[in-house]
Write a protein that binds this ligand. Structure first.
Ligand code: FAD
Ligand code: MLT
Ligand code: ZN
Length: 477
């Protein structure tokens, strides 16, 4: 076991200040505050400073200094982690390393279909840069206006388009990173084929900042869509939602860009709490699906495909009603109902999130069994299952009973997560589908990944970060 992390000494802070200048080292409590708490409000840490290097060389020098002093570092991108991965602990011994100033797009090549972006580039800015060059960077999630390229790679984020383009990992060809001892590893290769030993880039992706700090990445681009269609559908039940997904997939798998499930409770919360979100259908239902079709072909005939499939599903009684977006603005409005689910639940009070996955075929059973178990466990609570049905990833969230003390509800978090996880285990699923482990789920690792798997993870961590200075207390128990 490495020694406990050291307290940053005044001499170290002076050296870091001399290296980074006043913009690069924050110590004022008001400047530190946004870096110390997580988006969900679960954790509030302490740190003597936030480091904001402007280049890989500056970052490497900082890491070298901290590592030599045995001071722990917490890499931070947009700080939108759902599992407390980017917040320091309460000891005041850990320094936060923000990538915010490393936000250049170094290169964009429409022939290679690649973009080389620094870690602090905000996801939306990467999407916009690709679009300006007539291409698509397809990763898309609700936090895309804040989350960064370094963050989405370090969590192997999924989001709305995984069903078509894969997770962040599948969108990355090469990486540059600063290792825990301050060495720079330049693996920024833009090759589609490169079998030259261990695929180190894949070790860093999904490592949640525990094996080094990603500084830049080569990302894959795709042809931009020339036709898109979006439909918001009221469906009979969970099985009907899955049947609808299969209808689209059978008809033209390549056209399905996203297939999302929402419950009536979740849609009602979005309409109630989010200004500008309106219910698009006259009838209210208990279950909904959002279908997004896209093609780079200008003559793909997606409207016809959408109408044909919906008509067949209506006749079969699977779809009860549907609204197809007739313009870019209408399609965006339909998507907003889904995208605002996390914010709407936050405004409703306390909620417990369960980001779980099961084989796609078992999603209806997952939703039904978990909803029943949770409603029985906390009477009056409101199960709000929603998310990426096409990937088998449902956010099996539970919103507190109206009027209940939020703290009393959150005190039951462990029991709530255990109830969901019991069903997930029975259905051969995972207790963390896309948000990662962070700090929130470390104590589940032994039960789910214990034995050879966790042992190997620990040995990798010890080999890459023997002093234990990279994001300690995250991922590994
Ligand atoms: P941070 O929160 O800053 O960090 C996340 C983790 O990565 C931490 O462990 C941190 O230490 C590490 N890290 C950050 N940058 C680096 C770096 N450069 N090098 C090494 N380690 C680093 N996630 C999904 O997968 N799918 C979704 O659909 C989704 N929707 C969301 C919707 C909302 C409204 C919110 C608030 C969050 C959502 N998330 C989703 C979770 C979150 O946005 C993702 O995990 C995202 O990848 C985090 O990016 P970030 O830049 O904010 O990273
Ligand atoms: C989303 O898909 O909107 C987030 O990953 C889910 C959440 O808030 O649990
Ligand atoms: Zn999600």
């Amino acid at each position: 076991m490495p020694d406990a992390p050291a307290v940053p000494a005044a001499g170290l802070l002076d050296a870091l200040r001399a290296l980074l200048g006043p913009r690069g080292l924050l110590t004022d409590p008001a400047d530190l505050a946004p870096h110390l708490a997580d988006w969900r409000g679960l954790y509030r840490g302490a740190a003597p400073c936030v480091l904001r290097p402007a280049s890989t060389a500056e970052l490497a020098a900082c890491v070298r200094l901290c590592a030599e002093a045995g001071v722990a570092m917490v890499p931070q991108g947009g700080n939108t982690s759902m599992v407390g991965g980017a917040t320091p602990d309460e000891s005041g011994r850990q320094v936060v390393v923000s990538l915010a100033r490393m936000n250049r797009i170094r290169d964009l090549d429409p022939v290679d279909m690649t973009m080389t972006a620094e870690a602090g580039v905000v996801l939306k800015a990467a999407q916009d840069a690709a679009a300006a060059a007539g291409c698509l960077f397809p990763l898309s999630l609700g936090a895309e206006g804040t989350a960064t390229i370094g963050g989405v790679l370090s969590t192997n984020a999924g989001g709305n388009t995984t069903v078509r383009y894969g997770n962040a990992r599948e969108l990355m060809l090469g990486l540059e990173a600063v290792l825990p001892d301050g060495q720079v590893w330049n693996g920024l290769r833009r090759l589609r084929k490169d079998n030259t030993g261990y695929a180190l880039r894949h070790l860093l992706v999904g490592a949640e900042g525990t094996l080094g700090i990603i500084t830049a990445a080569v990302l894959r681009l795709f042809p931009r869509p020339r036709e898109t269609e979006v439909a918001f559908c009221a469906v009979r039940d969970e099985d009907a939602a899955l049947a609808l997904f299969r209808r689209f997939r059978d008809r033209d798998e390549s056209a399905v860009r996203a297939f999302e499930y929402m419950s009536g409770t979740g849609v009602d919360l979005a309409v109630r709490h989010i200004e500008g979100v309106a219910h698009p259908l006259a009838t209210r239902a208990a279950h909904y699906a959002l279908v997004d079709l896209a093609s780079s072909r200008p003559d793909a005939g997606l409207r016809r495909l959408m109408e044909d499939v919906l008509e067949a599903a209506l006749e079969a009684g699977e779809v009860l009603d549907a609204a197809i977006g007739g313009s870019e603005a209408q399609r965006a409005a339909l998507w907003r109902i889904r995208e605002e689910h996390p914010e709407a639940q936050k405004r409703e009070g306390a909620s417990v999130k369960n980001d779980v996955s099961v084989p796609v075929s078992r999603v209806p059973e997952l939703i039904r069994r978990c909803s029943a178990a949770l409603a029985a466990l906390v009477p009056g609570s409101r199960p709000v299952p929603f998310g990426h049905m096409g990937d088998g990833n449902i956010h099996m969230n539970l919103v507190q009973p109206e009027g209940m003390d939020p703290a009393a509800f959150l005190a039951r978090s462990d029991a709530i997560m255990d109830a969901v996880n019991a069903v997930v285990r029975d259905l051969d699923g995972s207790f963390s589908a896309e948000h990662g482990i962070g700090r929130l789920k470390t104590d589940m690792m032994e039960a789910w990944r214990g034995g050879a798997e966790l042992d190997l993870m620990r040995r990798i961590k010890a080999a890459v970060d023997p002093r234990g200075v990279m994001n300690p207390g995250k991922v590994l128990p």
